[in-house]
Design a binder for this molecule. Structure first.
Ligand SMILES: [Zn+2]
Length: 340
C-alpha cells in the first residue's frame, strides 16, 4: 500500500509541471514566396454591410490583391449587436460570406478560439471573439459547422499562428475585463468553457508566456480584441496593462494589434519596443472621443478603415487605409538579419 502511495506521489510530482505547461493550440502557416508575409487586419465589422462595412470590404479586396495577402487577422466583434444566436444564424452569411467576396480575400481569416486545423489554412480568415460575440452563442462561432458554410472561417479562443518570419499569438481578452462579469447591465455573456475567470486567466497568461518564450521568429505579434493603449472611446484596458503587458514587455513583443475601439490608431510605448495598433474600423465609427494617454501617439483616425502588414526577416512595414483605400499612415522598422 505504502509503495502504491509513493508511486502515485512520484507520478503526481512528475506530471504537475507538465500539466502546468499546457500549450496554446498552434498552426503552421506556410511561408509566402520570397520569404515575406503579407496580411490585413480588420475588426468590429459584422453589420450586414451597413455603416460602410461594404466599402471597407471592397478596399480590403483591392489592397489584398495588390499585396497578394497570406491571410486576414480578424480582431473580433464579428457580429453585432449580440454575436450569433447559433450556427444557423443567417448573420454569418449576411455579415461575412456575402460581404468579403473579393478573390484576394478568399484566404484564412484567423479568429481566435480553440484548435486550428492546418488543412483549412488554404482558405481562412483568422478570427476570435470580441465582447459583443460573447453576448450571443459564443460556442457557435467556434463550431466546425461554420467552416462548412465558409471554409475561410477559423475561429478560436486563443492560439498561435507560426508564419515563418512572424509568430502571431491570439489572446482571448474579453474574460480579462471585470465589468463584463460584475456589471453586465442588460447583457448576458456566454462564459461556457471560460468560468471561473481567475483560473482561466492564470492558465492563459502562463500559456502566452510559454508561447512567446518558445518563439524563434523575427517578429512577435500579439493580437487581442481589447486595446492595451487607446485614446478613443474605451481607452486603455487596465486589466491588460496590469496582467498581460508585463509578459509582452518581458518577451520583447514587437506589435500588439487590437480592435474594440472603432477607429485606427498607432501608439508607441515609451519604455519598450511595443507598437500598439488599433484596427477597429470595419464598420461603425466616428465616436468623436479623444483622450490622450502617457504613451506616444503616432496616428489616430476616428473613421472606418483597416491595416496592412508586410513582414520579412529584416523588415516590417505597416499601413492604415480609409474607406477609399487612401493610405493614412505608414510606419516601418528593421532588424539585423540573423544567420545561423
Ligand atoms: Zn468590442
Amino acid at each position: 500500500m505504502a509503495q502504491v502511495a509513493i508511486i502515485i506521489f512520484l507520478l503526481a510530482a512528475v506530471m504537475a509541471p507538465l500539466l502546468a505547461l499546457a500549450e496554446l493550440p498552434r498552426v503552421e502557416h506556410p511561408p509566402h514566396r520570397y520569404g515575406s508575409l503579407n496580411v490585413l487586419a480588420v475588426g468590429d465589422w459584422g453589420r450586414r454591410g451597413q455603416l460602410n462595412q461594404t466599402l471597407v470590404a471592397k478596399q480590403m479586396g483591392i489592397i489584398g490583391k495588390r499585396m497578394n495577402i497570406d491571410f486576414v487577422v480578424n480582431v473580433g466583434d464579428n457580429f453585432y449587436d449580440n454575436g450569433l444566436t447559433g450556427v444557423d444564424d443567417k448573420a454569418f452569411e449576411e455579415s461575412f460570406t456575402n460581404i468579403y467576396t473579393a478573390k484576394s480575400l478568399q484566404k484564412p481569416w484567423y479568429t481566435s478560439n480553440e484548435m486550428l486545423f492546418p488543412s483549412l489554412l488554404n482558405y481562412g480568415f483568422a478570427s476570435f471573439l470580441g465582447n459583443h460575440d460573447y453576448r450571443g452563442d459564443a460556442l457557435a462561432q467556434l463550431s466546425p459547422v461554420l467552416r462548412q458554410l465558409d471554409r475561410r472561417w477559423i475561429c478560436k479562443k486563443s492560439f498561435v499562428v507560426n508564419a515563418d518570419v512572424a509568430d502571431f499569438i491570439f489572446v482571448d481578452t474579453t474574460p480579462f475585463v471585470l465589468k463584463y462579469w460584475n456589471e453586465p447591465k442588460n447583457n448576458k455573456y456566454d462564459w461556457r468553457e471560460v468560468a471561473p475567470r481567475e483560473s482561466y486567466i492564470a492558465n492563459l497568461l502562463k500559456d502566452i508566456d510559454s508561447a512567446l518564450k518558445q518563439s524563434t521568429a523575427t517578429w512577435k505579434i500579439v493580437v487581442g480584441h481589447h486595446a492595451i493603449r487607446s485614446v478613443s472611446e474605451h481607452g486603455d484596458t487596465e486589466e491588460l496593462i496590469e496582467q498581460l503587458l508585463p509578459i509582452l514587455k518581458a518577451n520583447e513583443v514587437d506589435l500588439y494589434i487590437n480592435g474594440h475601439d472603432h477607429c485606427l490608431e498607432h501608439i508607441s510605448s515609451r519604455d519598450s519596443p511595443i507598437q500598439y495598433l488599433t484596427s477597429g474600423g470595419g464598420s461603425k465609427a466616428w465616436r468623436g472621443i479623444f483622450t490622450p494617454n502617457s504613451d506616444k501617439l503616432e496616428f489616430f483616425y476616428d473613421g472606418q478603415g483597416f491595416m496592412s502588414l508586410r513582414l520579412s526577416k529584416a523588415e516590417l512595414h505597416l499601413a492604415f487605409y480609409d474607406v477609399d483605400g487612401k493610405v493614412l499612415h505608414k510606419w516601418g522598422h528593421t532588424k539585423p538579419v540573423q544567420y545561423y
